[in-house]
Write a protein that binds this ligand. Structure first.
Ligand SMILES: Cc1cc2nc3c(=O)[nH]c(=O)nc-3n(C[C@H](O)[C@H](O)[C@H](O)COP(=O)(O)O)c2cc1C
Length: 178
């Protein structure tokens, strides 16, 4: 019971030139200072996932294995047309049980902090039986990026910390029901 949780920081965008790796690394750098869980970046792009229903692929098997090895998630969410990216939705659809009864937090970005995408993700997480925590750092494309480079304001640190506290707490609790 006292074993550290394994928490995946999932990069939601696979777009060429995406900024999600910088955001994910920033969250990981904060998380790694805590020493309360094992945090790793999980990049959807590495799995070369086909669209759901287009056929089997070793990537789908590996994706499910990776998710099964995790106790919780932090989704790095970017807003596309007021929702989550197609690649994240497809990756969510390509697994079922490995998502169930685990905790998750969201770090989103967009012109309005990615709030609309994040709220869509919460609805999807309900169906996948992922317990999404309340605290949700929202990064602004105008205030937290400068000349296309990610430059987060200090004020987000407190929210990231609180979100990680909640993911750990619920992540531990949910381990008991799996
Ligand atoms: C097709 C498309 C639609 C977008 N729609 C939105 C949107 O609805 N709201 C928003 O805040 N940003 C929107 N954006 C801006 C993206 O959030 C921004 O480009 C962000 O950097 C994408 O994340 P990524 O670089 O990690 O892929 C859109 C970008 C694209 C290419």
């Amino acid at each position: 019971m006292n074993e550290k949780l394994n928490i995946g920081i999932i990069l939601g965008s696979t777009r060429e030139g995406r900024v999600s790796p910088a955001v994910g690394e920033w969250v990981k750098s904060i998380a790694d200072l805590r020493d309360d869980a094992n945090y790793e970046i999980v990049d959807i792009k590495d799995y070369e996932l086909p669209l759901l229903g287009e056929g089997d692929s070793p990537g789908i098997v590996k994706w499910n294995e990776k998710l099964a090895s995790l106790d919780g998630f932090v989704f790095i969410v970017q807003e596309y047309n007021h929702s989550i990216s197609a690649s994240l939705k497809n990756a969510l659809d390509l697994a079922q049980e490995p998502w169930n009864n685990k905790a998750a937090g969201i770090v989103s970005y967009g012109s309005t902090g990615g709030a609309r995408a994040a709220e869509h993700l919460r609805g999807i997480m309900g169906e996948l039986m992922i317990a999404d925590v309340r605290t949700h750092p929202t990064l602004s494309l105008f205030l937290d990026f400068k000349d296309g480079e990610f430059a987060p304001q200090e004020l987000h640190l407190e929210n990231v910390t609180m979100m990680l506290d909640q993911v750990n707490s619920w992540g531990k609790a949910l381990k008991t029901v799996r």
